[in-house]
Design a protein around this ligand. Sequence first.
Ligand code: TRP
Length: 453
Amino acid sequence: MWSSRWMFVLAAAGSAVGLGNIWRFPYITGENGGGAFVLIYLVCIALVGIPIMMAEVMIGREGRQSPVNTMRGLIQQHHQHRGWVLIGWAGLLAGFLILSFYAVIGGWAFKYILGLAGGGFTDATAGQATGTFDAFLSRPWEMLFWHTLFMVVVVAVVSRGVVKGLETAIRWIMPLLFVLLAVLLGYGVTSGGFGQGWAFMFRFDWDALTDRALFEALGHAFFTLSVGMGAIMAYGAYVPSSVSITNTVVTIAVLDTVVALVAGLAIFPIVFANGLEPGQGPGLLFVTVPLAFGQLPLGALFGAVFFILVSLAAITSAISLTEPALAYLVEEYNAKRSRVAITWGAGCWLLGIGTVLSFNEWAEFHIVGDMTIFSFVDYVTQNIMLPLGGLFIALFAAFALPKSVLGNQLGLTGPVARKLWLVLAGLTAPLGVLVVFLVTIIGLESVKAWFAG
Ligand code: TRP
C-alpha cells in the first residue's frame, strides 16, 4: 500500500513523466509539424486519456491484485465474459515490447550524462552536436553497453519491490527535473528562437494536419500517461480506499502535460535559433539540449545533472512497465520477485538488441514499409496496442462493472456526476479511439473532402 495519497500521485507521476515527455513528445511534435498535432494531443489527453486513467485506477483498486488476476476476479464476481481478461494479457505483452526499446533510449540518456560531464559540448556548433549523436548511433556495441546498464538498474530496483524503491527516489527527482527544465526554458526564451518555437507548437494550421499526426497524437496521449496496458491498474491496486481517484488522476495528467509542454518550449527555440531541423527524429533531444548547455555557464555540470534526471525519470517509468507482469508472476507462481525480474528483464534486453541495431547495422532491414525493428515495435505498441487496450478498459469500467462499484470507487454520489463519468468513459473515450482509427483507415483527405461537400 502506498503510504499516502501524495505517494501515489508521485509514483503514478513517476510512471507518466519519462522519456515520453522529454524525448518522444518534442520529436514527434517536430515530425508532425507542430501546432495541430499538439492541439489534438491535448484533446486526447482530456477526453480520452483522463477517463481511461480513472478507469484503470478504479479497476485496480477494486481488484487489488495484478491486472490479470484483478480482471479474472472482477469477471467472476460480476459474471462477465471471460474474454475481458485479454486486457490483462495484452498489457503484459505491451509492457514487454515497450520496455525493450525504452531501455535503449534510457541508455542514450545514461551515455549523455558522461558526454556532458566531459565538457565535450562546450561551445559546440549545431553541426558538432549532430555529428556527435550520429557517431554514437553508429556504434552498436557502445549502445548495447548503455542499454544493458539501464536494464540492469531497472531489474535491480524492481527486485526489491516497487514501493520502497520508488517512494524515496521520486520525492526529489520530480521537483529537481522541473527546476532544470525551467532553466532550459529560460535559455530558450533568451535564445532568439522563442517566438518561432512558440508559433511552431501553438499555431494551429488545419491544412497541415495529416492522418499520421492524428493517429500519433492519440497513441502518444496513451503512452505519455502510461495508460492502456495495466501499469496504472497495477499501481491502483496499492491505492488506499480513502483517496479521491478523480482529483488524483487529474493532478497526474496536468503534471505530465505541463512537463511535456515545457520540454517542447525549451527545445524548439534551440532548434530554430540554431537552424536545426524540427523533424529530425529521435535524436532531437540529444542534439538540442547538449547544444544549449554547451553555451551556458557551468553547462557541463548542469547538463550532466539534466541527463541524470532524465535517466531517473526513465527508470521510474520503466519500473511501471514491468509491474503488471512481475506482480502477476509473483502472485501466480509464488515465485521470488528477484528471479522473475531477472528473467523478464533478460527477455526485454534481448528484444532490445533489435532496437539497438535499428540505428546502425540493421537500419536497412525493414519489417513492413520503411519501418525498422524500432519503429515497428514503437508503432504497434503506441498506436495500436495501447489505444485498443484503453478502449476495452474504458468499456469494462463503464458497462461491465455494476453502478455500485462506480459510486464507491469514484465517490460519484450524485446522478449528474455519475452520468458525466459514464459519458466520458463509456462514450467519448471509446469513440475517440474509434474515430481516430476509422479516419486513419479511410484517410483524412477523404474525410476533409466529405466535410467540404
Ligand atoms: N509514460 C512513460 C513516459 O512517458 C512511459 C511508460 C511508463 C508507459 N509506463 C507505461 C507507457 C505504460 C505506456 C504504458 O515515458
